[in-house]
Design a protein around this ligand. Structure first.
Ligand code: 4AD
Ligand code: MG
Length: 464
């Protein structure tokens, strides 16, 4: 190989002038032969589009080997970028030299087009080489960047909250235990396993949320956000739940529920607009192969204000809807996904923020409203998916928070540090969590969360 530094396929395709000497590297998508030529479609994942390579029999000493190249093989090509003779592309690369880096035989699973997403999930290690998943993961990367841009532009400080924690923030008991205790011979005290002898000298888990720790930082740095992996041992095998997912959790001091809802809505719109602007090629592919309505739906969401409704008004609407739901709906019950979808898809036909939920169905940290019944909670729902954001104003009054904890069968003594935040310089504060995969599903149109995570972890499945 020569020392010429490689150009990406994307940059080559976007060139404004011919280039005499260029090197590209990638994987063969297809190859076909004509009389004294071989045409190779090369892709390196930098773009949806391939670069056409012209391999000429007369100039390439290894032409016989090149003729045996099949889909999936990797090559490095030196040559000249010239205006394409063929239709459909501006440039093509006439090869001076082709190094075969790695061959692939007929057993390569991505031979033909049109594999089902289910099949591609079984080859999650190869699916990023497909058009669709290349697009999905380029959009995921771009939006990860946009998350930081959104908050950094607004003066938020990025906080790395711990992944190993001792608290169950959401109180749902969906925790993965972190332990080095010998399962075959655990230390015991009074018949029970003695976690005082475990690695951290206490029970620890993978975090279900960085919120509690983010609150401590918001009550010092005013505006913070987290963006990291989150773990839930929820045994729900749905298209929208993963056991390991990424969550973005902003937290703001001196902010009430209204300010919180404003930020959540602005954030969702920002991410949609960013993908529309920076990933046009990818968005068009999703519209073509995943969901014909996608772009119209996203643009509609961008153009209009979101709806807001209290939980009790939403329950009234649902009860009066005349719709036959599988799950019962009444004040005090959780909204099920079918209810959320009725609100966003049938009734409002746009994203809806539901707020002021009954305190019985929400975690201990949410602020109790003046009526003593509801808490200042909010869920942002979008058509096709349901909840993508959950948040609240936090209880900043020490006595009320202690009372909430007791009501949730928690011992305030276990949360001394969290209560200290109310003991010393407490302020009203709010925040929310946005499920990164949920918004990716909404933006890419992917109907299953497994298709927006590189390697999904779900109940019964942790391959790769
Ligand atoms: O509504 P949740 O449980 O809220 C919290 O964890 C709060 N501590 C957030 C906060 O106020 N800082 O989760 C927030 C979001 C959900 O709206 C959903 O988008 C996503 O996280 N989420 C999941 N995404 C994928 N798989 C799962 N199992 C998820 N559980 C929640
Ligand atoms: Mg929630």
């Amino acid at each position: 190989m020569t020392q010429l530094s490689p150009t990406s396929v994307k940059d080559a395709l976007q060139s404004t002038a011919p280039i005499e000497a260029i090197r590209v590297q990638g994987w063969v998508r297809t190859r076909r032969d004509s009389k004294d030529f071989s045409f190779i479609e090369l892709n390196d994942g930098s773009s949806l589009r391939n670069l056409q390579i012209i391999a000429k029999k007369e100039t390439l000493p290894n032409y016989a080997d090149i003729q045996r190249l099949s889909t999936g093989a990797s090559i490095s090509v030196n040559g000249a970028l010239v205006p394409s003779q063929g239709k459909g592309q501006k440039w093509e690369l006439v090869a001076d030299n082709i190094d075969i880096v790695g061959t692939a035989d007929d057993s390569y699973p991505l031979q033909k087009k049109g594999h089902t997403p289910e099949f591609l999930r079984e080859i999650a290690h190869l699916r990023p080489r497909s058009n669709l998943f290349g697009c999905v993961f380029r959009v995921r990367s771009r939006l990860g960047f946009a998350v930081h841009q959104f908050f950094q532009e607004r003066g938020f400080v990025y906080i790395h909250t711990p992944i190993i924690t001792g608290s169950d923030c959401e109180g749902a008991g969906e925790l993965f235990r972190v332990s080095t205790i010998d399962l075959n011979n655990p230390p015991r005290k009074d018949g029970e396993i003695d976690y005082a002898q475990d690695f951290f000298a206490r029970q620890t888990y993978l975090t279900v949320s960085g919120q509690l720790e983010a609150e401590a930082f918001a009550l010092a740095l005013s505006k913070v956000y987290t963006f990291g992996p989150t773990f839930r041992a929820e045994n729900s095998n749905t298209s929208r739940h993963a056991s390991e997912f990424w969550m973005i959790e902003p937290e703001m001091a001196f902010c009430d529920l209204n300010g919180n809802m404003d930020l959540a809505e602005e954030f969702v719109k920002y991410l949609i607009a960013d993908a529309r602007k920076h990933c046009p090629e990818e968005m068009e592919l999703f519209a073509k192969v995943v969901d014909k309505e996608l772009l119209a739906r996203l643009d509609f969401v961008l153009d209009r204000p979101f709806q807001r409704i209290t939980y009790s008004d939403a329950v009234d609407l649902l009860k009066k809807s005349g719709e036959k739901f599988e799950f019962p709906i009444d004040y005090g019950l959780n909204l099920q996904s079918e209810h959320e979808r009725w609100l966003t898809e049938k009734h409002f036909r746009c994203p809806v923020t539901v707020f002021n939920f009954p305190k019985e169905i929400k975690p201990f940290y949410m602020r109790v409203n003046d009526d003593g019944k509801a808490v200042a909670a909010m869920d942002l729902l979008v058509p096709g998916i349901g909840e993508i954001v959950g948040g609240s104003q936090r209880e900043e009054r020490l006595e009320v928070l202690e009372e909430n904890m007791r009501r949730h069968n928690m011992d305030p003594a276990d949360y001394k540090w969290y209560l200290d935040l109310r003991r010393y310089g407490t302020v009203p504060h709010s925040g929310f969590g946005l499920g990164f995969e949920r918004i990716l599903m909404f933006i890419t149109g992917a109907p299953n969360i497994r298709d927006v995570i590189p390697f999904a972890r779900t109940p019964g499945s942790a391959e790769f």
